[in-house]
Design a binder for this molecule. Structure first.
Ligand SMILES: Cc1ncc(COP(=O)(O)O)c(C=O)c1O
Length: 392
């Protein structure tokens, strides 16, 4: 079996360090937040080139906290891509605001800035671009639109630890939210997340809310109504060990992506048409399929000129996606679809009144995308097996 993400091998390679870190938390009874989380927060802030990192219970609560810090609530609209994990929109709904879905760019699969502009109304308060699959959204354009219309920008970095936009580590703007779900590029041993920012005012609001509205250092004085969204001490200690290896794992992911590219584009000359990097084409020039073999039209992931892609996911496109997935599964290769149902067509959002045909690019690509195994431990042998299973 070739696993999609190999957490067992990763643990075996770090076992003595991880076990010692866990034991220390237990010995110190530092179970809830505490010094091991603080150590991790300091190191992760540095890794993100931000002044402040606040550990949270998961990536969803991190997003919710960021929206709360901007006082987003009932009557407000927040623009989010329809093509993302539901948490991006869910937090908007949790706060009583309305998610307004936007189309994606067909090359990068991230939110299309041109479509954002069309969806702005007097009620719009914020945009949540998602750095999907490990590649940053087109942030200059997004920040320019936000500035013009006085909107907040909250970057969903859940899939983009150490990703860069024009050489700058994400988040590019004022605030970014991360998930450390176990399968993420930096994963905890349970749920965890973080908000990073340079803005101490936002950080103060977030730190208070996630800890029952407590004043710093005051156990039973509550200046506001908050909640319990704190990071676990064990998760902080584990993440702090794993953070040291994140760049090495990222290098490995990028090298694996290149091996997939080389292997999958080798067979025919038509593959010179496969996009491997460059400026984001205008939507008029949608990427074209090239044949990996006669029977297998494939489209490799596009790397924008501005991007340092960290390949949380290696996502291909093919009109014969379902047959390819069947073949991969027959060959004991795990694969996935991220994501098969766009948010505007989710039953949970039926009340918003979107319909099939509202987002043609999103609706087209969700029928064609599939994700191959990729992680810091994926072996050359596994990559070769995946390539030959697809190329049969
Ligand atoms: C794009 C995106 N946003 C938000 C989340 C939510 O993170 P979590 O699962 O840690 O709550 C995820 C994680 O699955 C994600 O992929």
């Amino acid at each position: 079996m070739i696993p999609f993400v190999d957490l067992k091998t990763q643990y075996q390679s770090l076992k003595p360090e991880i076990d010692a870190a866990i034991q220390k938390v237990i010995d110190d009874c530092a179970f809830v937040h505490g010094k091991y989380c603080e150590e991790f927060e300091n190191n992760f802030a540095r890794a993100c080139e931000k002044a402040i990192c606040i550990g949270t219970s998961n990536g969803t609560t991190a997003l919710e906290l960021a929206l709360r810090a901007y006082s987003i609530g009932p009557g407000d609209e927040v623009i989010v891509p329809s093509h993302t994990f539901i948490a991006t929109a869910e937090v908007v709904s949790i706060l009583g605001a309305t998610p307004v879905f936007a189309e994606i760019d067909e090359s990068t699969y991230t939110i299309d800035p041109k479509d954002i502009e069309k969806r702005i109304t007097p009620k719009t308060k914020a945009i949540i671009p998602v750095h999907l699959y490990g590649q940053a959204a087109d942030m200059d354009s997004i920040l320019e639109i936000a500035q013009k219309h006085n909107l907040k920008v909250i970057e969903d970095c859940a899939q983009a630890h150490l990703a860069k936009y024009k050489g700058k580590t994400v988040p590019v703007g004022e605030i970014g939210c991360f998930s450390f779900f176990p399968g993420k590029n930096l994963g905890a041993y349970g749920d965890a997340g973080a908000v990073v920012t340079d803005n101490p005012e936002l950080a103060k609001k977030i730190s208070q809310f996630l800890n029952h509205g407590r004043e710093k250092g005051e156990k039973y004085k509550h200046t506001s109504i908050g909640n319990n969204y704190r990071m676990d001490g064990l998760q902080g200690a584990i993440l702090n060990v794993k953070l040291k290896y994140l760049q090495k794992w990222t290098d490995h992911r990028r090298a694996a992506a290149q091996k997939y590219r080389d292997g999958l584009s080798a067979p025919t000359s038509t593959n010179t048409a496969l996009p491997q990097g460059g400026s984001v084409p205008s939507s008029a020039a949608a990427p074209t399929f090239a044949a990996n073999s006669e029977a297998n039209p494939l489209l490799l992931p596009f790397e924008a000129d501005y991007a340092y892609h960290v390949y949380h996911l290696f996502v291909l496109r093919s009109p014969r996606r379902d047959e390819i997935i069947k073949k991969l599964r027959e060959n004991q290769i795990e694969c996935g679809i991220h994501y098969p149902i766009p948010l505007h067509l989710q039953p949970a959002y039926a009340n918003l009144g979107y319909k099939e045909g509202d987002f043609p690019v999103t609706e087209k690509i969700v029928k064609e995308i599939f994700s191959l195994p990729i992680c810091g431990e994926v072996t050359d042998e596994s990559i070769e097996k995946v390539i030959s299973a697809i190329s049969i």
